[in-house]
Unconditional design. Structure first.
Ligand code: ADP
Ligand code: ADP
Length: 227
């Protein structure tokens, strides 16, 4: 059960004059693909980071699978996350980059190999496993970042502008890849973007944010229909 309840979440940064996120209230169903959209600074990343445990929640409750998660450390949340700046380790091979989090968590050698091979197969990275990030294209690097996130099979997948560093053509093919990944992995996914096309093509439901608050929630058809 990986329903996610964002129960009236508020976030105020220590040096912030106002709330970065205000009264964010949303129930996310299992396996749903949710997209947060809105202009830069409206609180999308902050909300995602609160779900991942990378920011404290000022007020409200984060409930995952019926369990209150506010005080659970990031490493103890069963969540995969991919950022815009994919920050691969430059001195490690693709395989070692993907295996890194598994090694930290003391997965067995055989299990690590199986998981890395499986992720490489899903993402079409088999022939790049022994290369270093510097020898890959931008799209290939972003696929490695996705691979690193999916090897643990976490039921929740958070993505923060994962495609915004890629050129337009690559964004289109990676978008299809992400849709496919979601269907294949059956994760509950939350995806942050300011790109309307990504929201329209990927989302089950779109959450439109503006200055820290939810402005509208609906299917892409509901949100983007012509008035
Ligand atoms: P984006 O538009 O993609 O959210 P930002 O430039 O707003 O990127 O933020 C980049 C990083 O800087 C994030 O880690 C964010 O938490 C941090 N950041 C953003 N605004 C501030 C701020 N006013 N003070 C301190 N850190 C900030
Ligand atoms: P978005 O992801 O929609 O671009 P953010 O969640 O990054 O928005 O930022 C929401 C608000 O919080 C912005 O006003 C931003 O400047 C502020 N902010 C983000 N990170 C920090 C931080 N680490 N410290 C202080 N303010 C921050």
């Amino acid at each position: 059960m990986v329903e996610i309840d964002l129960d009236h979440l508020y976030k105020r940064y220590e040096d912030g004059e106002d709330y970065a996120v205000k009264d964010f209230d949303l129930h996310i169903k299992e396996r749903e693909f949710i997209v947060f959209v809105g202009p830069s600074g409206c609180g999308k990343s902050t909300t995602l980071r609160m779900i991942a445990g990378l920011e404290d929640i000022t007020e409200g409750e984060l409930v995952i699978g019926g369990k209150v998660m506010n005080d659970v450390a990031p490493k103890d949340r069963d969540i995969a996350m991919v950022f815009q700046n994919y920050a691969l380790y430059p001195h490690m091979t693709v395989a070692d980059n993907m295996a890194f989090g598994l090694k930290l968590r003391h997965y067995s050698k055989e299990d690590i190999k199986k998981r890395v091979d499986n992720a490489a197969e899903i993402l079409g990275l088999e022939e790049f496993l022994q290369r270093k990030p510097a020898d890959l294209s931008g799209g290939q690097r972003q696929r490695v970042a996705l691979g690193r996130a999916i090897v643990r099979d976490a039921p929740i997948f958070l993505m923060d502008e994962p495609l915004s560093n890629l050129d337009a053509k690559l964004r289109v093919s990676m978008r299809a890849q992400i849709a496919k990944l979601h269907r294949r992995l059956n994760t509950t996914t939350i995806y942050v973007t300011h790109d309307q096309t990504e929201a329209m093509t990927l989302a089950d439901r779109v959450v439109v944010m503006s200055v820290g608050q939810i402005q509208q929630i609906g299917t892409p058809a509901e949100v983007y229909q012509n008035p």
